[in-house]
Ligand binder design. Structure first.
Ligand code: FAD
Length: 290
């Protein structure tokens, strides 16, 4: 099934994002949680690549196991960080051989301690170049790219960022998955701006159910996502872990209900290899298409 076609039947397709665990125990927990998340009929699972300095080598191993377990399509994230074009092609060949269906094509962040992204010699500078490569040489792979409702942190301004997003779509991306956001107004503004800029692929909102306030702050500062005052106040009302979990999940649930009412084609959940928050927020929702 092509990537874009998950989003064309008028229902709200959901997908779940995982990251490569560091230990065998972490992998076992991830697979147990994947089993639970599959109950919600996701269209596909994705796994990050080198995010936050994590290993790049285990992404495909994780996805192979997820595929074996669920028989669902899987998407590997891939960044240009530290790789020549030849190395990216090697990875894409390996991904295709492993049965990977889709690629989330990214530039990636500068390595820890560096402030500016530097392409390696013989590598790519921007994600649109990676999209071009995949379209040219790996035509069977579906392609998702990243979009930023609150503007990418390095962008000169929102208009330039949108022009750069359009380059990725013009190069052949099938869908856009957004950076996480906590205020749906940011997504609706971004979606309208995409349409006005002539970007006509599905813009899939990315939602992260936060489960404690310290985590919400850490992630929001990493991704430059604003935390609405109402969420901040409700979460910091009490230090109790159950209280913070309940508020975070309820916020993500309210975001989900509102997004569905506003006709989004799908939702991508950043589940951080866990299932409890997603299970709570999706309980009784009847989303998913598989
Ligand atoms: P680009 O689209 O290349 O944009 C980077 C910056 O350059 C932007 O400011 C843009 O406006 C500008 N720009 C783009 N193209 C051009 C051009 N041709 N000329 C001039 N300027 C240009 N990181 C990981 O390390 N691993 C992951 O697995 C991962 N998964 C992610 C998944 C999603 C859904 C999202 C939203 C982000 C993910 N990230 C991941 C983070 C991502 O790598 C960073 O946000 C990174 O800083 C930008 O990547 P990009 O692909 O958006 O870059």
């Amino acid at each position: 099934m092509s990537l874009a076609s998950h989003y064309t039947d008028g229902t709200c397709a959901i997908s779940f994002e995982l990251f490569p665990p560091k230990t065998p125990q972490g992998l076992q927990t991830l697979l147990d949680n994947v089993r639970k998340l599959t109950e919600f009929k996701p269209a596909y699972f994705t796994c990050t690549y080198g995010a936050g300095g994590s290993s790049q080598s285990t992404t495909l191993d994780v996805l192979s196991k997820v595929r074996e377990l669920t028989d669902l399509p899987v998407a590997s994230h891939l960044t240009c960080v530290g790789s020549t074009v030849q190395q990216l092609e090697d990875y894409l060949n390996k991904a295709t051989d492993c049965g990977t269906d889709y690629i989330v094509a990214l530039r990636g962040d500068p390595p820890k301690g560096e402030t500016e992204f530097q392409a390696v010699q013989g590598g790519f500078r921007y994600a649109n170049e990676l999209v071009e490569l995949i379209r040219e040489k790996f035509s069977s792979l579906g392609i998702a790219v990243a979009g930023y409702p609150e503007v990418h942190q390095e962008a000169v301004d929102a208009k330039t960022d949108l022009d750069n997003l359009k380059r990725k779509v013009d190069a052949g991306a099938d869908i856009i998955i957004t950076q996480l956001f906590y205020d749906n107004a940011d997504y609706y503004r971004f979606r309208d701006d995409c349409v006005a800029a002539g970007i006509n692929v599905p813009v899939v909102p990315g939602i992260l159910p936060v489960t404690n306030f310290a985590q919400a702050q850490r992630i929001a500062s990493m991704c430059k996502a604003g935390i609405p005052d109402s969420l901040r106040t409700a979460m910091t009302d009490s230090d109790d872990a159950d209280h913070q979990f309940k508020i975070g999940v309820e916020h993500a649930r309210m975001q989900t209900v509102d997004l569905v009412e506003n006709g989004v084609p799908g939702i991508h959940y950043y589940v951080l290899n866990k299932s409890a928050a997603a299970e709570s927020l999706l309980d009784g929702m009847q989303l998913g298409t598989a």
